[in-house]
Design a binder for this molecule. Structure first.
Ligand SMILES: *Cc1c(COP(=O)(O)O)cnc(C)c1O
Length: 400
């Protein structure tokens, strides 16, 4: 007999669980597209995106998923034939680079490893060879959702600076924005992009891009520009130019509620919550791994992401684990993609997620390991409980 009914849990790395407040915010009539409510909504989101990306640069909002925001970022700063350097640490930077290639860029990939973060020394070495600065942009993800690696944006920036290279530094923050620290201006990121359905716990369908002055400068001469994504037309102060058409009203109402929740909790507190829930997840996996059948994909603990953890499973049993947690427990895990296809499941601990949700997910995985007879070290979920018991505390009271 299944015990799956009750509130269904998504432990997939996007889309993520939608808070009731976000859902309720979307349950309203459509409005004429230039009412004060809609205009204020647009401008409040654009300005709050600056707070999320930590930038005084310009922000852009698109009716698009993450792939759309990828295209938006590329099309506005590149010209056909430009050389683009992709720093791979799994699947996602490669995907962004493939898109750049499709659009007419000349793409080179530093392959890296599926089991480790990008190596800043390799980046510096490659850039030093590019004496005539033919590389125009460097693409990297902060968190690779497929491998579970977190890349050190600051260290890669230092490597670019050490090589004295002027390329634009472009960061994909789809699986990291509002999950871990990101400081676009302080860290010297020129273009950053993200999407609504992961850490931002909103409906899929909104994409975001932020651009600093250097990126806006590159935009002036870019020849890949197309009308829908274009920063120049969207930089107009006129509201109707901000969307290049009808605003995605309901997605924006939902996002507004999610942003309110994030800023009420405090962005730093949100980052810290993610770090704690990741720590609990890692504590459980470390215990299970003692059975020598399941293991971390990312080998160095410091390179494991705060938002998603892929778990390798021997003998193609990852899918069986996912089927069990969903069918028996009502918990949907992510499965491995790319190089980890068939070899891993992924536990997302991002967005609208608390101890009960993560501990419940870990319990469902442990149940699956037991029921399927997959060897594992005992007490993984207990280790996660102990971790949170030790590190999590009552919320800091807001001062009156
Ligand atoms: C999910 C994801 C994307 C793609 O987003 P879509 O909305 O599915 O197009 C890009 N980059 C990263 C790091 C992601 O996690």
């Amino acid at each position: 007999m299944s015990v799956a009914n009750g509130r269904a849990l998504l432990a997939t790395p996007g889309p993520t669980n939608l808070p009731d407040r976000v859902l309720q915010a979307m349950m309203r009539p459509a409005e004429e597209l230039q009412t004060k409510v809609i205009v204020d909504l647009t401008f409040s989101i654009l300005s709050d995106l600056q707070k999320l990306f930590r930038t005084s640069g310009q922000t852009f909002l698109y009716a698009a998923n993450g792939h759309g925001a990828w295209e938006a970022a590329l099309t506005n700063v590149l010209s056909r034939g430009d050389k683009v350097l992709v720093l791979a640490s799994g699947r996602f930077a490669r995907g962004w680079g493939e898109m750049a290639g499709f659009m007419g860029a000349d793409v080179e990939v530093i392959a890296g490893s599926w089991r480790a973060a990008v190596d800043p020394a390799a980046v510096e070495a490659r850039l030093r060879l590019d004496a005539d600065h033919s590389i125009k942009a460097i693409l990297m993800v902060q968190i690779d959702t497929a491998s579970g690696a977190v890349n050190d944006v600051r260290a890669v920036r230092r490597a670019i600076d050490a090589a004295g290279h002027p390329a634009l530094f472009m960061i994909d923050g789809v699986a990291s924005l509002a999950c871990m620290p990101f400081e676009m201006d302080a860290w010297g990121v020129d273009v950053a992009m993200s999407a609504s359905q992961k850490g931002l716990m909103s409906s899929p369908g909104l994409g975001f891009v932020a651009a600093n002055d250097k990126a806006m400068q590159a935009h002036q001469t870019a020849n890949m520009r197309t009308a829908y994504w274009d920063w120049t037309s969207r930089s107009s102060p006129l509201h109707y130019m901000k969307h290049c058409g009808t605003p995605p009203e309901h997605l924006m109402f939902g996002l507004r509620a999610a942003l309110d929740m994030i800023f009420e909790e405090g962005l730093e507190a949100v980052w810290h919550r993610h770090a704690l829930l990741a720590g609990a997840t890692h504590a459980a996996i470390a215990r299970w791994a003692e059975g020598q059948v399941v293991s971390f994909n990312i080998e160095d603990g410091k390179e494991r992401a705060a938002s998603v953890t892929p778990v390798l499973v021997a003998d193609n049993q990852a899918e069986a684990i996912g089927n069990f947690t969903k069918g028996v427990c009502g918990v949907t895990l992510g499965l491995g993609i790319g190089d980890l296809s068939g070899k891993a499941f992924r536990i997302a601990h991002m967005g609208h997620s608390n101890a009960a949700m993560v501990l419940g997910t870990l319990s469902a995985v442990e149940m699956a390991l037991q029921s399927l007879g997959i060897p594992h070290g005992a007490g993984g979920t207990s280790a996660a409980i102990a971790y949170l018991g030790q590190h999590a505390t009552m919320p800091v009271q807001a001062s009156a």
